[in-house]
Ligand binder design. Structure first.
Ligand code: SF4
Length: 309
């Protein structure tokens, strides 16, 4: 049996971009492919970044970069004919109680299409059983400061096994200088002309922090208007559930304050922002640092700042 296929789960955020650069620069062993799962609703900056990665890094290094997609998450949410895998929307119950819908979107829109591509690359594109011992090593960008995610990134199946190269690199700034932190990644990206690596996540992800919403409102008015409109349209949950008579008990919102996005208190600074403002080494990147993108195999959304809605 030959050596396993090696693929990079390219979320196109800070950590996975770092991995791609390290591989292309020969600082990590070569891979057979990089796979980006497109939910169809990423910020324009992410698509631009991906283009750059493909033409400046992947192609010259001979790494095929595949864009895979299951569907368009925004369209699915609003189309009564289409199955919609729930986003983690905030819910205000009829009695004023607070709840949140269970997140199903990462699986359907990110993990499923990546798995499908992995099977195809292994030579088993359909539902045929992949023989024992045939598998891909899937490189996932988890940095030292979030190493606990490696145990939670428990998405292995027999034909796809996760690997976390950033946790084992030397020369980082962690206590033992083994393993790279997010800051190490940012330094590396800055040194190679990728300081502006954006956060990868759906435009209207409910996990966005206040800082992310503010930047969108102030710098990307078209995306902001799009998110505000979407927030308005999902007030009663997904269109298909409604069409099928499964009415949401309560009202759904994108912002954790559970008020319409264009009225939400996004100018309020969260605890995370205040902490980061107290002398982070990378002040210029502090705002980005508040953002935890939706990596397919290590969704960072659930550690959103619980402070101050
Ligand atoms: S970014 Fe948010 S909405 Fe999009 S797939 Fe991830 S968790 Fe779901």
């Amino acid at each position: 049996m030959g050596s396993p296929l090696r693929v990079l789960s390219l979320g196109a955020g800070v950590q996975s971009t770092t991995l791609l650069l390290l591989i292309a620069h020969g600082e990590l062993p070569m891979i057979d492919a990089a796979i980006f799962a497109d939910t169809g609703w990423e910020p324009e900056a992410v698509y631009r970044h991906l283009e750059r990665l493909e033409h400046e890094i992947a192609e010259p290094a001979g790494i095929p970069l595949y864009r895979v997609s299951n569907a368009d998450i925004r369209r699915d949410a609003l189309d009564p004919q289409t199955r919609f895998a729930q986003m983690p929307l905030y819910v205000l119950g009829p009695d004023g109680s607070h709840g949140m819908l269970r997140r199903q979107c990462t699986d359907l829109y990110k993990i499923t299409p990546i798995r499908r591509k992995v099977r195809e690359l292994l030579g088993y594109p359909d539902t045929r059983r992949v023989p024992a011992g045939v598998y891909a090593e899937q490189l996932v960008g988890i940095s030292l400061d979030e190493s606990w995610r490696a145990s939670r990134a428990d998405y292995d199946v027999s034909y796809s096994r996760s690997r976390f190269p950033l946790l084992f690199l030397t020369g980082g700034t962690g206590r033992t200088a083994r393993g790279w932190t997010r800051t190490d990644c940012q330094r590396y990206l800055s040194a190679h002309g990728y300081a502006d690596t954006p956060r990868s996540s759906c435009r209207g992800c409910p996990y966005h922090s206040n800082a992310f919403w503010r930047t969108m409102r102030d710098d990307r008015p078209r995306e902001w208007a799009d998110a505000v409109e979407f927030d308005h349209l999902i007030r009663n949950g997904g269109a298909r559930a409604n069409a099928n008579g499964h009415l949401l008990r309560g009202l759904a919102y994108l912002h954790r304050s559970r008020v319409p996005l264009d009225q939400a208190p996004i100018d309020r600074r969260t605890r995370t922002e205040l902490r980061d403002a107290q002398g982070e080494l990378f002040d210029a990147l502090a705002d980005q640092d508040n953002e935890r993108g939706c990596s397919p195999f290590a969704c960072r959304g659930d550690d959103h700042d619980s402070a101050a809605a």
